[in-house]
Design a protein around this ligand. Structure first.
Ligand code: MG
Length: 279
């Protein structure tokens, strides 16, 4: 099942995407609007289908309940391409590197990414598989992780490299407004093999920049979720970005940062394409 959030005739709702039609989820005759509430307690019935052409796709979780949790340097080739670029600390980490994106509002497929000219001159892209937590958990054993996952979506961990470097800590450079495109859908966990081993790609203006598999991780999903949940409760709707493969703009010589008008297409097999343009 593929879940999405959309707007139609000035009303927002969540729904199921099937055969190019969106089926709004409804409860007591009204459309369900909040994906996190739905993930917490799935309920409702399918409303009448609407052609995908007639709706505007929104981010599946427009307003995350708290910061988005991210993995740094979780693909070996990416860790190597970033060697010495942001910090001189570890190259390939021995333990997961966590940071967060402070994110008041994520943006959806088709929305414009603000480039924040005058704030950053080094805006970069990072395609990532995002885990959506489905069930609250503390100290989750590795063998229990699968049960705590609702599904997966695509994220673009847009990054201001100059701010990452200047402020030492990554929070600011990762958290500018609009720097978290998400979607277009959340695919249910059991719609793909576990752990997902899917093609993950990013194109900038149709030039393939990133190309890997989602299981090519230094720390796999069982390790990430289990380790994060040690002493820290994970909640339904929590979003965890599993890291980006090599091929980010900063990794090229000379670097290929984004410019105004660039179209960034993030793609993961079976989930879809998340396409955004930089303003
Ligand atoms: Mg990232």
């Amino acid at each position: 099942m593929k879940y999405l959030k959309f707007s139609y005739k000035n009303e927002k709702a969540i729904g199921i995407l099937e055969n190019d039609h969106v089926y709004p989820l409804q409860s007591n005759g009204s459309w369900i609007k909040n994906m996190i509430s739905y993930i917490e307690s799935p309920c409702g019935t399918r409303g009448q289908g609407i052609s995908i052409e007639d709706v505007k796709i929104l981010s599946p979780i427009e307003y995350p309940r708290r910061n988005i949790i991210c993995l740094g340097k979780n693909y070996k080739e990416h860790a190597l391409e970033m060697k010495g670029k942001i910090t001189d600390a570890v190259v390939v980490p021995d333990a997961p590197i966590y940071f967060s994106k402070a994110c008041y509002k994520t943006i959806g497929h088709g929305e414009t990414i603000t480039g924040h000219k005058g704030v950053s001159d080094m805006v970069d892209y990072e395609v990532e598989l995002a885990i959506i937590i489905g069930k609250e958990g503390l100290n989750i054993g590795k063998d229990q992780v699968r049960d705590h996952i609702f599904g997966y979506t695509i994220a673009n961990d847009v990054s201001a490299r100059d701010l990452q470097k200047n402020h030492f800590q990554w929070l600011k450079g990762k958290s500018l407004d609009g720097f978290c495109p998400l979607g277009p859908v959340i695919i249910e966990r059991d719609d793909v093999a576990y752990p997902p081993a899917l093609d993950i790609k990013c194109y900038v203006n149709d030039e393939l920049r990133q190309d890997a598999k989602t299981d090519d991780l230094i720390f796999d999903i069982d390790t990430i979720v289990s380790d994060l949940s040690k002493g820290m409760t994970l909640l339904p709707g929590d979003i965890i970005l599993t890291g980006t493969p090599s091929g980010v703009g900063m990794g090229f010589k000379p670097p290929k940062y984004l410019s105004s008008g660039d179209v960034i297409k993030c793609e993961i097999e079976h989930i879809g394409r998340l396409i955004n343009t930089l303003d």
